[in-house]
Design a binder for this molecule. Structure first.
Ligand code: URP
Ligand code: ZN
Ligand code: ZN
Length: 464
């Protein structure tokens, strides 16, 4: 039986048009008018917009980090994503020190198996390189993985050195694998953090003050220089500031294969949010810990640069870096010392709605650009082109029906993540994904969860 979504307005990265969309065996089989035939299941989308399901290429579900584990697993995180109109995500499989990439991937497959509700893939974060692991990079595409990540920050934990970075870029280039980089100068940050702690500067706001934008700019420039020398493609994750953006812009104007994303939250918050006072009894002065992530929040001037970046395509993707930690039970690991606050913020459910609100409704870019940033570009950059990221014949029928008249107030009480706060608490949006499909199967039906646990599929991605 075919499904036909009738009377809706289809949005792609280049067009907006009224059309019916026909779905057969999980894929879009036709787009046109009057497609419904006798026996078809018909969904009336009159007054609704059909957007490609969002693709969030930067998430950390069920990830051990900062002395704890991120609070969403592959079920709660997927449910939250689905309610927010996201139907695919790429998560970071972290190489456990002393283990192979294959074994690390096995662990991450185990985390998702039987729980997934949306489709997913993995990047592998290299934390412990030796000759064997280096060679393993070439085997990743055969395992459906076409991206690796390296961290230039988190000294003593995930950070790698420049030798490792250079070797990874070289090997990845030859293997058709995209290298992603967390670009902050971890060595310099480590000194600044130790100095702040020694002086007794222990409150959350010192997280931002010890990770200045120049050190993100420097590390971004260093990573780009290595990639350019090697002719390797590079993707800079969670870019936050003008210091880093200018490096990306210059490299792109030289024609280098340098790409970058920012994350939703960097448009909305500044380092001042780390000094917020809250109402939670006993934790009033600790409220800012909710906004502790790396790189940290910057200034309004940086936010303006980021908006310009997404308009110019120097920033091609907006993802979340969803890495949730409960305020009362997990962020409090750093109650006495900001350096022990688990780094990370939630946002997988909010990304599309708040970006639509501030970006499209705020007049900063149009709906097509919104689709490009949240679905089409991520698919193209990460080996999912032709499968995900657009509403087009032959593509997976990952479709979100948006009611652009529906108003919603973001709140933790109405959210689906396994976390006790929401960064955007109280923010009013207009435009909500009400019905969401993954490969033609409805997972959220008019605001109600109908997904089957375990129905999400692992995506084997193409080489880059
Ligand atoms: O603070 C963050 N971003 N936590 C998640 C790990 C990372 O750096 O992406
Ligand atoms: Zn990072
Ligand atoms: Zn991250």
């Amino acid at each position: 039986m075919s499904t036909v979504i009738k009377n809706g307005t289809v949005v792609t990265a280049s067009d907006i048009f009224k059309a019916d969309v026909k779905i057969d065996q999980g894929k879009v089989s036709a787009i046109g008018n009057g497609l419904a035939e006798k026996g078809d299941k018909v969904i009336d989308a009159r007054g609704k917009y059909l957007l490609p399901g969002g693709i969030d290429v930067h998430t950390h579900l069920d990830m051990p980090f900062g002395g704890t584990v991120s609070s969403d697993d592959f079920y709660t995180g997927h449910v939250a994503a689905a309610f927010g109109g996201t139907t695919t995500h790429l998560d970071f499989c972290i190489q456990q020190k002393g283990t192979s990439l294959k074994d690390s991937l096995k662990i991450w497959h185990g985390k998702a198996d039987g729980k997934a509700v949306i489709d997913y893939g993995f990047h592998v974060a290299i934390t412990d390189l030796n000759d064997k692991v280096l060679k393993e990079i070439s085997t990743l595409p055969g395992q459906g993985v076409s991206s690796i990540k390296v961290f230039l920050a988190y000294k003593g934990a995930l950070q790698i050195d420049d030798t490792t970075m250079f070797k990874c870029l070289q090997q990845a280039r030859d293997a058709g694998v995209l290298t992603m980089v967390h670009a902050e100068n971890g060595d310099a940050i480590d000194i600044l953090v130790k100095e702040a702690v020694a002086k007794g500067n222990l409150a959350p706001k010192f997280h931002a003050l010890t990770r200045p934008p120049q050190l993100e700019g420097e590390a971004t420039g260093r990573a780009i220089a290595m990639a350019e020398v090697l002719g390797a493609p590079l993707y800079v994750v969670h870019l936050t500031c003008n210091d880093a953006l200018v490096r990306v812009r210059e490299a792109r104007s030289r024609g280098s294969r340098i790409y970058a994303e920012t994350c939703t939250q960097y448009f909305f918050f500044t380092k001042d949010d780390l000094a917020r006072k809250g109402k939670t009894k006993g934790l009033e002065a600790f409220e800012g810990a909710k906004w502790v992530c790396s790189p940290p929040f910057r200034t309004e001037k940086d936010q303006e640069a980021l908006w310009q970046g997404v308009r110019d395509d120097d920033l091609s993707v907006v993802s979340t870096d969803h890495c949730p930690f409960n305020f009362k039970k997990q962020k409090t690991l750093g109650l006495k010392n900001f350096a022990a606050i688990p780094n990370g913020c939630p946002g997988i459910e909010d990304r599309m709605m708040v970006l639509h609100q501030a970006g499209v409704r705020g007049g900063r870019f149009d709906l097509q650009r919104f689709v490009a940033l949240t679905a089409t570009n991520p698919a193209k950059l990460f080996g999912l082109d032709g499968v995900k990221g657009s509403i087009a014949v032959g593509y997976d029928a990952d479709i979100a029906l948006w009611d652009m008249n529906r108003k919603h107030t973001i709140s933790v009480a109405k959210s689906h993540s396994a976390i006790d706060y929401n960064l955007y608490e109280g923010m009013k949006v207009q435009g909500v994904p009400v019905t969401v499909m993954v490969r033609g199967e409805t997972v959220v039906d008019n605001g109600k969860l109908v997904a089957k646990k375990g129905s999400g599929q692992f995506l084997r991605r193409s080489k880059i």
